[in-house]
Ligand binder design. Structure first.
Ligand code: ADQ
Length: 505
């Protein structure tokens, strides 16, 4: 990018991972492919249009002083915009990524404080690596550029850029929930983290609850910040005044490329594959869970609810087939390795108790699937069973509905997924800690009349179609530049005030 000859503003995306995937080819060589996912799809056109750059870690460790010949392959995997790699050593990976990011911020922000390991060396590494990211951003940007930093691994990047005297507008989007003050306050570096967030010009969250929690923490911890409490707590986008600057904060529920998923579901190969999945389980309803291996996703609780269902409703034996897909993730961290064992033990227990010669209640898969396989599963299943204990948004819920082109499926969704804020009227909401209530929700999904299923699924799909990933991207960027914030409607909000699963039995 020739920065010197143009003053047109560019867009710079900064995330922990670059939008690429490293794959081992059959000959043992590592190949670089373009990554998939909503964020990448949505960002690509805007990055191409505005001559943008994506800055991030390419996904492998690299020791200082060694020449890396993979950079050209990384660049050519992503066409139309530039990528810049930030290299991490194995020590940095251990302390910044597995340590501060995934053994402090991830559990803390999801409310699992017992899983936090507050080691000072993690904090030191987190600061150093965030500085390293900021330096790469600094070296590759010019003043009118808009820098957009993503997620909890990189909270300090904005503040570090200010230390380099960067005055460019900088935005931040948090993809995970922001915790309430009584949780956040346990972090030994609470003041540093919050002050760093106030160096951004705009900060986005998935839900109004996260935004409120953030404002609540600012009010208690950063004494000089001026907040119009009413607006801050209720409005989609509001302002905080601090140190002579105005910081905007808003609610932007992330989404998926609805059209892409929906069209893909009409594909002949997908149809054939989904038919095959259905034929493997004749006369049964398929219940589907798709989750990354993570204690926040509530997989053991979900299995316990399924066990309760089979125990108390024996007439559904041989009438239901539960497919639980788990995507490998962060297994180097002990809590994740333990979780895997727990899940496998529960699957074994349920199948041991209930299976017969011609019926296996739980089919468990622990691997990555390609797009076709995943969409075929979404298409084949009757009930999506998505019950995280806490989740920023949950894109699987949105993908499932987008793929449910015959509009006969049912979505069982946890109240504690960000997506519940959007879908509370049409999904069956459950409290995943309530094993019996969750089991009864399966019963309800089983018995829901076709007409009701059609209506609910149509509403869900309409909702996702109207607020897809491109809507999300535009809302965030508009909020960063819009003069009149009243153009952002107030946020629709769900809070459980009565028993959730309307059991109808
Ligand atoms: P995640 O915790 O990763 O994301 P989620 O939003 O559900 O959770 O996204 C998972 C993604 O992985 C989905 O796009 C899904 O298609 C894909 N996937 C799942 N199983 C797969 C498999 N076996 N093979 C291949 N792909 C699979 C974080 C936050 C969420 C937030 C997102 C986006 O934790 O709350 O919704 O970021 O902001």
């Amino acid at each position: 990018m020739d920065k010197k000859n143009t003053k047109k503003s560019h867009i710079i995306i900064v995330s922990n991972r670059l939008p690429i995937i490293l794959k081992k080819a059959e000959n043992g060589k590592i190949e670089v492919e373009k990554g998939a996912g909503g964020l990448i799809t949505a960002m690509a056109p805007i990055l191409k249009n505005r001559n943008g750059i994506w800055i991030g870690w390419p996904g492998y460790v690299h020791e200082a002083g060694i020449d890396d010949n993979r950079f050209p392959a990384i660049q050519s995997a992503v066409s139309g915009y530039s990528v810049k790699s930030v290299m991490l050593s194995s020590d940095e990976l251990k302390n910044y990524y597995e340590g501060f990011s995934n053994s402090i911020l991830w559990p803390l922000f999801h409310g699992f404080t017992d899983k936090c390991i507050f080691l000072p060396e993690y904090w030191i590494s987190y600061q150093e690596v965030n500085k390293k990211f900021a330096l790469t951003v600094y070296q590759n940007t010019d003043d009118p550029d808009f820098i957009w930093v993503h997620d909890y691994q990189l909270i300090l990047v904005g503040a570090q850029l200010r230390k380099f005297s960067k005055r460019t507008p900088i935005g931040f989007f948090l993809h995970i929930p922001f915790p309430p003050i009584d949780t956040f306050i346990r972090c030994p570096w609470r003041f540093e983290l919050l002050s760093a967030m106030l160096e951004y010009d705009i900060i986005g969250f998935h839900t109004i609850l996260s935004k409120r929690n953030f404002i609540g923490c600012i009010k208690k911890i950063i004494q000089d910040a001026q907040i119009d409490a009413k607006k801050a707590f209720d409005e989609t986008v509001s302002e905080i005044r601090f140190n002579g600057r105005v910081i905007r904060t808003g609610v932007f529920p992330i989404s998926i490329d609805y059209n892409e998923f929906s069209l893909h579901s009409w594909d002949k190969k997908v149809y054939k594959r989904s038919k095959k999945i259905r034929n493997n389980s004749p006369d049964t309803k398929i219940l589907l869970g798709v989750d990354r291996l993570d204690y926040t996703k509530g997989i053991p609780e979900k299995l316990k609810a399924f066990k309760w269902f089979l125990t108390h409703f024996p007439r559904f034996h041989k009438k239901v087939h539960f497919i639980q897909l788990v995507v490998p993730s962060r297994r180097e961290i002990t809590a994740y390795a333990d979780l895997k064992l727990k899940i496998e033990q529960l699957v074994g227990e349920i199948n041991g108790i209930f299976s017969t010669n011609d019926w296996l209640p739980v089919q468990y898969m622990f691997r990555n699937l390609d797009r076709n396989e995943l969409i075929s599963l979404y298409r084949a299943c009757d009930i999506a069973f998505i019950t995280p204990l806490k989740d920023g948004m949950n894109l699987v819920a949105k993908e499932y509905c987008a793929c449910n082109i015959d509009e006969k499926g049912v979505l069982i969704l946890s109240e504690f997924a960000g997506a519940a804020q959007q879908f509370y009227q049409d999904a069956i909401l459950v409290n995943p800690y309530d094993i019996e209530g969750t089991a009864r929700a399966i019963y309800r999904a089983f018995n829901m009349p076709l007409e009701e299923r059609n209506q609910r699924m149509r509403n869900l799909r309409e909702n996702i179609k109207n607020k897809d990933i491109f809507w999300w991207l535009n809302s965030f960027l508009n909020a960063a530049i819009e003069k009149d914030l009243s153009s952002f409607p107030r946020v629709d909000e769900y809070f459980p005030d009565k028993p959730t699963a309307n059991l109808g039995m």
